[in-house]
Write a protein that binds this ligand. Structure first.
Ligand SMILES: Nc1ncnc2c1ncn2[C@@H]1O[C@H](COP(=O)(O)OP(=O)(O)O)[C@@H](O)[C@H]1O
Ligand SMILES: [Mg+2]
Length: 394
């Protein structure tokens, strides 16, 4: 059986590491062999767990292992030779060195290779639960659709397969193109197969889910909503969202009272932007979340007595599919009766009002400037159709 795999992502400083560590401890305490691994180059998992971790799993407590993946090393191991060859190819085509190097190593790529560790854990069958403390959202998530893009791109960049290599050589020489050697071709092939397998793991709705961690601040919530849209677009299951650092009632009437009101408004925005995905919350503690006792307090806030490795919400709450020039957004809205649907665009956001319920969706960039051609309500699902568009992720 594959390990239950949960990825925590979100902006820097919102509490990903704390939540990942707390969750892993809870799973381990329940008797499940659990590894918590950080792919964020700004590692703080060692500090949070109070044990110095390395690039391979280190046992910290019964059933609990920790691991801090070295993104740069993973990248060197997986990509250096390919990137050197590509840089050479681009240089031979007159691209200047700085641009060539930049083109062969897109930002966020190092974390992509770190995520390959997930595949290793799936192959090894040593753990029941794999918890991933990811790097801040932006870059890597845009690369999540990467394997498909890479496949397309490699076919263009490597039009020669092994048997063709010989045949292509004279032509390549005439064009003064450096040819990749056969070993390199095999390496690229293996790398691609690994990345595609990882993509499949991330799309496995039975065992894998992503949780977006945020604080109740406008900017943070907006970024999480944007990430959510892309996750839905790529078919990755988000089963819960975590809103961390909520000021408790005690601050009422103090200096932080106004902050609490501001946070309450953002909690409404979270509800409107992510419903029906469950929202797990934790208060802002009076101290840092470090060590076993604080992890237990954080788990209690987030999960109560429930098992944190359950799938809180199965499937995709938003589905974005596009076929040809038609894009359909499907929104689960099981709680509404058939009523007048009102759609309104505000910037890149689609505001949907049904009766007195409001839902907001951040649109993929290709759709933001368009008007939907149809909105229909069927079996608890709202279907919004855009025609004549090609949504472009990122
Ligand atoms: N609910 C909370 N209450 C108080 N401090 C918190 C809470 N959650 C996280 N922290 C603290 O905030 C800081 C950032 O949290 P961390 O988990 O490292 O965030 P991230 O991994 O998203 O960058 C850490 O010092 C952590 O101990
Ligand atoms: Mg962190």
């Amino acid at each position: 059986m594959p390990p239950r795999t949960i990825l925590y992502t979100g902006k820097g400083g919102v509490g990903k590491t704390s939540v990942a560590a707390a969750t892993a401890r809870r799973c381990a305490a329940a008797g499940k062999r659990t590894v918590v691994m950080s792919t964020d180059p700004a590692h703080s998992l060692s500090d949070s767990l109070g044990t110095e971790l390395g690039p391979d799993p280190t046992e910290i407590a019964p059933n609990l292992w920790g691991q801090e993946v070295l993104a740069a090393a993973e990248m060197r191991r997986n990509w250096d030779r390919v990137s050197t060859w590509l840089t050479g190819l681009l240089l031979s085509q007159g691209v200047d060195r700085l641009r060539a190097e930049e083109l062969t190593v897109p930002p966020g790529m190092d974390e992509l290779f770190s995520l390959l560790q997930i595949k290793r854990h799936w192959d090894a069958d040593e753990f029941d639960v794999v918890i991933v403390d990811c790097a801040p959202s932006g870059e890597t998530l845009r690369l999540l659709g990467f394997p498909e893009v890479a496949q397309w791109w490699v076919k263009k960049a490597f039009p020669w397969n092994r048997s063709l290599l010989g045949a292509a050589a004279p032509l390549a020489r005439a064009l003064e193109l450096p040819l990749p050697d056969p070993d390199l071709m095999d390496e690229v092939d293996l790398l691609l197969r690994n990345l595609l397998a990882m993509d499949e793991i991330l799309r496995d709705h039975q065992y894998c889910s992503i949780r977006l961690v945020m604080n109740p601040d406008r900017m943070v919530v907006n970024e999480a909503r944007r990430t959510f849209t892309y996750l839905c677009l790529y078919g990755y299951q988000t089963d819960a969202v975590v809103v961390n650092r909520i000021f408790p009632d005690e601050v009422e009437g103090t200096y932080f009272g106004a902050w609490r009101d501001h946070q309450a408004a953002q909690l409404v925005a979270v509800e409107q932007g992510f419903s029906p995905i469950p929202i797990l919350t934790s208060r802002y503690f009076e101290e840092e979340v470090i060590g076993e006792e604080m992890h237990e307090r954080l788990s209690r806030e987030l999960y109560g007595d429930e098992a944190p490795d359950q799938i809180y919400h199965p499937g995709l709450a938003r589905e974005v599919t596009s076929e040809g020039d038609r894009t359909v957004i499907r929104l689960l809205a099981p709680f509404v009766e058939k009523e007048e649907i009102n759609l309104q665009h505000v910037g890149d956001e689609l505001v949907i009002t049904i009766g007195d319920i409001r839902r907001t969706v951040i649109l993929p960039s290709g759709l933001a400037q368009r008007e939907p051609s149809r909105a229909a309500f069927e079996d608890g699902t709202l279907e919004i159709t855009y025609e004549d568009v090609q949504p472009t992720p990122a």
